[in-house]
Design a protein around this ligand. Structure first.
Ligand code: F6P
Length: 500
């Protein structure tokens, strides 16, 4: 541990890397969070004297920093009002829908943005206070987009990375945001800005060029050290601002002189802890559990599986519509087929999530009412979160994995399913609107808005020749085995180290 002049590697994320648990004696304790990000970064934290700054998940509670599982944890407090305005409001009812193709209508409220700015500053100050001289600070995700520039102001000596886990929208959508310049300038405080897909990085570069007029070459953005006010843009070489539209019409000429720094924006597609999933999928107790799941469902020929947070971006309605029509057409029958839908509870304080839950649950009720038999169910709907062991048993039990997201930064469920299918059997139906689709070309790629195409893919998956399925699965597995989340973190951090 550091001699408390500070920590050499600091991660800043909305959520802390530990979950609070109730211990056997009824007290409370902490357990390392099971997610891929924590799994990837924990070893780096342990080796390089790391601290993790994040919210511990409860409102109106201030906790002292503590050490756990080889990490120094710095809890950032949020009041109940801030949870409402910063987390449920600006993060999840403004940015989330805006960045996901406005599937739901984003709400723009000034007091939400004020809370976002205030909370971002709190995270930045907490990180600045624990970072050693010259440390590397890695800021995570859309909840904290203002933090990089705030950190740069507080601590010009540190190296700053940012990774956006969700899509970055095309300029036409991003430009709706009333605080678009603040967000762009916030992000441009980083030395390296990582995105899931090439198209996300390009969207960001295009909007920076279009809105700020900065010169960009080979993913490198030339950020002037002195930020010009919008009305001074015309004095920059090569810029032709269009005052009527408040935009910069074309890219600045390459800076010849003057003070600027480089911010690089490029894609680093995230992955999973592949080894962990492979090992779980080989455990006899988990294999036995997968067989038990099949038996309990009445040994159908085809188990379709959906695993999602209960979120309107995931295309759960589209999947159910396709499945219902296949039952109505007689192309599938209950008993022969079953759809298992795990929908883990999420963001229940946000109105659009509450409405979605009502809609999905009434759809499940209607379909099951129509098609269930005494012995078999059409849809086994589970509104729970499960430990990873149970998830792997479900992956092993499922013949067809349905990932029908309307927009998704990556979708790690698709990668976990593939990692678990060492036997080579099983078919992945994958939406082309997920980041995973860029790397998983051997899946059955579909447009989830096209219900007929989705139905065709579901039938094709259920009836695919085993040799064809195995060939596809082998190729998918090669990708997931060779690109795990540890490699993702190393590649990002190596590039960040090269940049300054
Ligand atoms: O995909 C973005 C993300 O923030 C993930 O990092 C996280 O696991 C998920 O959404 C759920 O986020 P939360 O429950 O913190 O709102």
């Amino acid at each position: 541990m550091a001699q408390k002049s500070g920590y050499d590697f600091v991660v800043v994320a909305n959520r802390l890397a530990v979950d609070r648990i109730t211990t056997e004696d009824g007290g409370t304790g902490w357990r390392r969070s099971p997610g891929g990000l924590v799994t990837a970064l924990a070893p780096i934290m342990a080796q390089s004297d790391g601290a993790w700054v994040g919210w511990h998940g409860a409102a109106d509670e201030t906790l002292e920093p503590f050490d756990h599982a080889g990490m120094h944890l710095v809890p950032v407090p949020l009041s109940e009002q801030e949870v409402e305005d910063y987390y449920e409001g600006f993060s999840n009812a403004t940015l989330w829908p805006l960045y996901h193709d406005v599937i739901a209508r984003p709400e723009f409220h000034r007091h939400w943005f004020e809370a976002y700015r205030r909370v971002n500053r709190r995270f930045a100050e907490a990180a600045a206070a624990v970072a050693a001289e010259g440390a590397t600070i890695w800021v995570q995700d859309y909840q904290l987009q203002l933090v990089p520039a705030m950190l740069r102001e507080l601590r010009p000596d540190v190296r700053i990375g940012f990774f956006n886990h969700i899509p970055f929208p095309p300029p036409g959508l991003f430009s709706q945001l009333p605080w678009r310049h603040s967000v762009l300038r916030g992000l441009l405080g980083a030395d390296l800005i990582g995105f899931q897909r090439e198209s996300d990085a390009r969207n960001f570069q295009r909007v920076v060029r279009h809105r700020l007029g900065y010169y960009i070459k080979s993913d490198q953005i030339y950020v002037p050290s002195e930020e010009p006010e919008p009305d001074q843009l015309s004095s920059l070489p090569g810029l032709h601002p269009d005052p009527a539209r408040g935009t910069v019409a074309r890219q600045a000429a390459a800076p010849q002189q003057g003070d600027y720094r480089i911010a690089e924006a490029k894609a680093f597609p995230i992955s999973i802890d592949t080894q962990k999933i492979v090992e779980l999928a080989e455990r006899p107790d988990i294999i036995a559990r997968s067989e038990q799941i099949r038996r309990e469902l009445g040994n159908p020929e085809t188990i379709f599986l959906g695993v999602d947070r209960l979120d309107y971006t995931k295309g759960i309605r589209h999947r159910m519509k396709a499945y219902e029509e296949l039952l109505a057409d007689g192309e599938l029958t209950v008993g022969q087929a079953c759809l298992v839908q795990v929908a883990s509870p999420s963001r229940e304080g946000v109105e659009s999530y509450r409405l979605l839950r009502e809609e999905i649950e009434s759809t499940v009720g209607r379909i099951n009412g129509e098609y269930d038999t005494l012995a078999h169910t059409a849809i086994r709907y589970l509104h729970h979160s499960y430990p990873v062991e149970e998830m792997v048993a479900l992956y092993l039990a499922a013949d067809v994995m349905l990932v029908t997201a309307l927009r998704d930064g990556m979708n790690l469920v698709a990668k976990e399913y593939v990692a678990a299918r060492k036997s080579g059997q099983g078919v992945l139906v994958l939406s082309e609107f997920t980041g995973a689709a860029d790397q998983m070309r051997q899946a059955l790629l579909i447009n989830p808005h096209d219900v007929d195409e989705l139905k065709t893919a579901m039938v094709k998956a259920a009836t695919m020749e085993p040799e064809n399925a195995r060939r596809r699965m082998r190729s998918l597995r090669r990708q997931v085995v060779s690109h795990n989340v540890q490699r993702w973190a190393e590649e990002f951090l190596e590039r960040l180290a090269e940049l300054r």
